[in-house]
Design a protein around this ligand. Sequence first.
Ligand code: PLP
Length: 401
Amino acid sequence: MEDLGHALAEGGAGMRMLGGGNPALIPAVTARWRERMAELLAEGERFDRALAVYDPPRGNARFALALAGFLQREYGWDVGAEHIAITGGGQAAFFYLFNLFAGDFGGGRRKRVLLPVVPEYIGYANQGLGADFFVGAMPAIEHPAAHAFKYRVNFERLRVGADIGAICASRPTNPSGNVLTDAEVAQLDALARERGVPLILDNAYGEPFPGIVFTRIQPVWNENIVLTLSLSKLGLPGTRTGIIVAHPDIIRAVTSMNTIVGLANGNVGQALVTPLLESGELRRLVTEAIRPFYERKAANARAWVARYFDDALDYHVHASEGALFLWLWFRGLPVSSEVLYERLKARGVLVVPGRPFAIGCAEAEAHAAECIRVSFAMEDAVVEEGIAMIADEVARIYAGG
Ligand SMILES: Cc1ncc(COP(=O)(O)O)c(C=O)c1O
């Protein structure tokens, strides 16, 4: 990751940046945030308060009420402000949650986080305050069409042992773009309740916002589900605003962690978004601007893969059901994903090698070492050129070059 960071920083104008997770700057969306910032400035005292007054450690009260109301109206969930806490980005939310539910509990008792579908988000990998923190499960792999694959939770093999403190999945999944089906979520929810552990659903790309989901799903929440949301993929990563929707006991624990770690979190993202939650405009921004934008980007990226990859090669693209990435699998690739990453970087294309996404799962490691993650959030010309170069390099490698 550090190398990727350096490459991103030093890559210069020539580097095709298909490695990062930054959301695109969608003109209609950036225009709306500029407008909102001007409105906020014009709101006078509200602007002063956003800048000059610490929020309570749990987050802004008006924002929590607005979000609770939005979730009630959208889904009929029984959510109140007492179910909501703000963190300094989704990433920080995971650091809190993982170390709340897993790790060393004293007296020799250790708990771990179960990731039911690995490859899973690389950002979880080093968050545990302790070793051996994650148990990852290799999913079943389906092949719905030629050159296509899709992960399914392998419930037959999924074990929730006594050492499991929480189950966690990103939906849509970073890196694969997989979206757990409603049936899979229901089964994970049932399993979690049965074992008395929370189910954490990472909604960084999911419904109701940012809504970068290309399949029809019915989002669920109950007091055993810890739902994390983020303003980042709404085009506001700079505001570092993460949201946890969970049982009030968990919210109280997160609030204490916020107090200890950061006193309070940034107010500005919440101040910008609150009126859009209150009016319901956020739903429109998602359905009319954000989702169609990424849906088109995903379709283009898939079309370029089909165009540039040699049909004779044993390549597979994961079903692109959401998020910002194509997850490419080169079965039997004679070099590791890291070597492929280095070779692509030398040619001016930055991707993310697959292996580090195989968190806590040796079986997934061999598979992920044949995969790369390619972001399609950049300008079309950059994505197309990058994909053409990946196709060319992979063909060379398969040919022994
Ligand atoms: C699956 C997933 N979860 C969480 C995050 C954290 O995002 P942020 O800290 O910007 O909210 C990301 C960032 O890309 C992500 O991809």
